[in-house]
Design a protein around this ligand. Structure first.
Ligand SMILES: NC(=O)c1ccc[n+]([C@@H]2O[C@H](COP(=O)([O-])OP(=O)(O)OC[C@H]3O[C@@H](n4cnc5c(N)ncnc54)[C@H](O)[C@@H]3O)[C@@H](O)[C@H]2O)c1
Length: 312
């Protein structure tokens, strides 16, 4: 068979090159609109998407020849996976390609919160010398509580332990090799941690896992990180906990509403008594590294080439 693949979101040029060298026909349309996708999808055997393109029932019904969808990245939130599989379409992703990038981002955020480096940069930019207001803490000797100990949580746990942190985690499964970390109950994690970092998928069971009751159980002055998915932290409860001082600082890479949004602006507008930001963060850049993206691109190509070889 001649395999024809539609690239719907931006991928590395080496990915396209590898597919073409394997004899796969590629249409690279990284800006394809929803209407164009619906109109043209029937021509393709395979599709590559990142997070922009939504593959719901309408597209799947129109995709008369589609056999495989590859999502470059972790979550499959933008694909109706159950419906696709019910139509015999294989759905694959690249679950580990960006794990280290996300783990390093979270680690960087812990150090940044401990030493107030974003706030210090902002004050230097404003030509201020606020040395006395910028006393920090060390992360060594502090307890890091990881909610979710999969690919990303596991990597972060090992890195943090190597830097002298006491690492505990809560997960619904017991990993075979927890390394220098210890599995605990959620309550133990909430009450013992100096830093709490989220690494679970967004599911009904994890939505708002950090809500007002959870914040009330935490140590005073805890730091909270969400580099997983918006909606795992109740953002209103986080705001209240930051205002009350229960939470000393938060680092966010993901949000309930991932755009310029009043809720996000409200959190980033929160200042401490020295006029410094209580929240630091980024616009969902966890996987956005040169190395992470290269691994995503290579894995996408490998999956499609293997599928092509098995089916031609
Ligand atoms: N910021 C980013 O750009 C970025 C990039 C990649 C992944 N992520 C997100 O990071 C999260 C974790 O990714 P991962 O690759 O480590 O996933 P993973 O599947 O390897 O690990 C998730 C862990 O959560 C556990 N879990 C599931 N439900 C749970 C529950 N109710 N209570 C406790 N634990 C539960 C699982 O058992 C698993 O060990 C995902 O939500 C993913 O979407 C974010």
């Amino acid at each position: 068979m001649i395999m024809k693949v539609l690239i719907c979101d931006p991928v590395a040029s080496v990915t396209i090159q590898a597919l073409q060298e394997a004899g796969i026909e590629v249409d690279n349309r990284p800006d394809i609109t929803a209407e164009e996708l619906l109109r043209d999808v029937a021509q393709y055997d395979g599709m590559v998407v990142r997070s922009r393109t939504k593959v719901r029932q309408g597209v799947l019904d129109a995709a008369a020849n589609l056999k495989i969808i590859v999502r470059g990245g972790v979550g499959l939130d933008n694909i109706d996976v159950k419906y696709a599989r019910s139509k015999g379409i294989e759905v694959r992703n690249t679950p580990k390609a960006s794990s280290n990038s996300v783990a390093e981002l979270a680690l960087g955020y812990m150090l940044a919160m401990a030493r107030h480096t974003p706030q210090a940069t902002m004050s230097m930019t404003a030509a201020e010398w606020k040395k006395k207001k910028l006393k920090g803490t060390e992360i060594a000797g502090k307890t890091l509580g990881l909610i979710g100990f999969g690919n990303i949580g596991g990597l972060l746990g090992r890195k943090a332990a190597a830097l002298g942190m006491d690492v505990i985690f809560y997960d619904v499964i017991t990993p075979p090799d927890p390394g220098p970390t210890r599995q605990v109950s959620l309550d133990e994690l909430l009450t013992q941690s100096d830093y709490i970092s989220l690494h679970v998928p967004l599911l009904p069971a994890t939505a708002n896992i950090l809500n007002a009751e959870a914040f009330a159980r935490m140590k005073d002055g805890v730091y909270v990180l969400n580099c997983a998915r918006g909606g795992i932290v109740d953002e209103d409860a986080l705001y209240d906990a930051l205002v009350s001082g229960k939470v000393a600082g938060a680092a966010l890479d993901v949000y309930v509403d991932e755009k310029v949004h009043p809720g996000n602006a409200k959190l980033f507008g929160l200042k401490d008594e020295n006029g410094f930001n209580k929240v630091i963060g980024s616009p969902h850049i966890g996987a956005a590294t040169v190395e992470g993206q290269a691994r995503v691109g290579a894995e996408v190509a490998d999956i499609l080439i293997e599928f092509y070889k098995e089916n031609s």
